[in-house]
Design a protein around this ligand. Structure first.
Ligand SMILES: NC(=O)c1ccc[n+]([C@@H]2O[C@H](COP(=O)([O-])OP(=O)(O)OC[C@H]3O[C@@H](n4cnc5c(N)ncnc54)[C@H](O)[C@@H]3O)[C@@H](O)[C@H]2O)c1
Length: 342
């Protein structure tokens, strides 16, 4: 199949595009390329890359496309809270437009990278895909609205599948160190110390980046229309943050590096939620399998042992990178902003 991957130049996208190629598909990436082309350079010559904004792209980019994996947009709380209007346009409005364009063209296979953070705020308990959610933050509200628009558009010509991805861990050619496990690895290496905000008792559902790619692939390859309108949590397991800190500290200690754990105050955005992972296994026959420990080892193997301070570079932190890009762009152009649609 010829697949359009929006946001294909991002943390998940860079791994997902490679997996889709391995599976024999053709890939066209539509991405604003906030992180440039480097994350996809290992796939040079094997994929088509189009630099465009998901809010305004020319519909002809869908010509010849048989399936869409939709990952583009702001991808965490801090960026969404910083620019709530841009976040709403990118995550909610642009998703509705993309759905309408796919439906018009009869591109029925479609997966959406939604977020398990939609379950935040429901209180104690492990929630499945049928839970009545009440998302609280700008990011999860926009993801939920995008889900609603996709489900509204579903019919015989358009069969969206929603994947509520847990917080992702693992190595990607477009590395993010603003995701909890990855952040702990970076802090352990640079500072030798991990901070447990509020004691680290909060729960999070987690999943490896390769398993996220695999879940999208399985849904895209499922018999046409068989999963239309389905929602799946894509989660390996739920963890308390302090468990994750202990797994990272333990892994480093096996490599001879001692890592301290310290209490720290709660941050202003504090999320705490758990969700079930049974439906993906029962309905799709796929259970995320890469453990946190395996993933930590995988990341450590790939990091440069001689220059760990590079891990603190702003490009690995979405909010730092986006605000830096904006600063540079506005000082060069005087008016246009990295968050705007053009
Ligand atoms: N990483 C996680 O833990 C996680 C968890 C749940 C859901 N998600 C969702 O999965 C998707 C991918 O996440 P990620 O971690 O790869 O994020 P990322 O920030 O690394 O990648 C997002 C990509 O989208 C592109 N992009 C952003 N705005 C765009 C726009 N307006 N037009 C075109 N391209 C645009 C960026 O250039 C980037 O390449 C996002 O939708 C995110 O909300 C991620």
């Amino acid at each position: 199949m010829k697949i359009l991957v929006t946001g294909g130049g991002g943390y998940i996208g860079a791994v997902l595009c490679e997996r889709f190629l391995e599976a024999g598909h053709e890939v066209r990436v539509l991405d604003r390329l906030y992180w440039g082309r480097k994350p996809l350079e290992h796939l040079a010559g094997r994929i088509q890359i189009v630099q465009a904004d998901v809010r305004t792209f020319d519909a002809s980019l869908l010509d010849g496309i048989q399936a869409v994996v939709h990952l583009a947009g702001l991808s965490n709380d801090p960026t969404a809270e910083y620019k709530p209007d841009a976040n709403w346009e990118m995550n909610a409005v642009a998703t509705a437009r993309l759905a309408a364009l796919c439906r018009e063209r009869g591109i029925s296979r479609f997966t959406f990278g939604s977020s398990a953070s939609i379950y935040d705020g429901l209180g104690d308990g492990e929630f499945d895909e049928t839970a009545q959610v009440k998302p609280r933050g700008a990011y999860s509200q926009s993801k939920f609205e995008a889900e609603r628009k996709l489900l509204e558009a579903a019919d015989g010509r358009f069969a969206p599948v929603i994947l509520r991805q847990g917080t992702v861990y693992g190595y990607s050619p477009r590395m993010r160190f603003d995701l909890v496990v990855n952040t702990f690895i970076k802090d352990a290496l640079i500072r030798g110390k991990l901070f447990l905000h509020g004691g680290g008792w909060m729960w999070r559902p987690l999943v490896d980046v390769r398993d996220v790619a695999e879940a999208h692939l399985r849904c895209i390859e499922a018999p046409a229309g068989s999963l239309s309108g389905e929602i799946f949590n894509v989660v390996h397991d739920n963890f308390q943050i302090r468990q994750l800190a202990m797994l990272v500290a333990g892994s480093l200690s096996l490599r001879g590096k001692s890592v301290g754990l310290e209490d720290a105050p709660l941050p202003p955005i504090n999320r705490n939620y758990r969700c079930a992972n049974r439906k993906l296994r029962d309905r799709l026959g796929f259970a995320p399998r890469v453990t946190v420990l395996e993933s930590i080892e995988g990341i450590l193997r790939r990091l440069p042992a001689d220059n760990v301070t590079d891990l603190a570079h702003p490009r690995y932190y979405n909010i730092q990178w986006m605000t830096l890009l904006e600063e540079v762009q506005t000082s060069l152009n005087g008016f246009s902003s990295v968050w705007s649609a053009t």
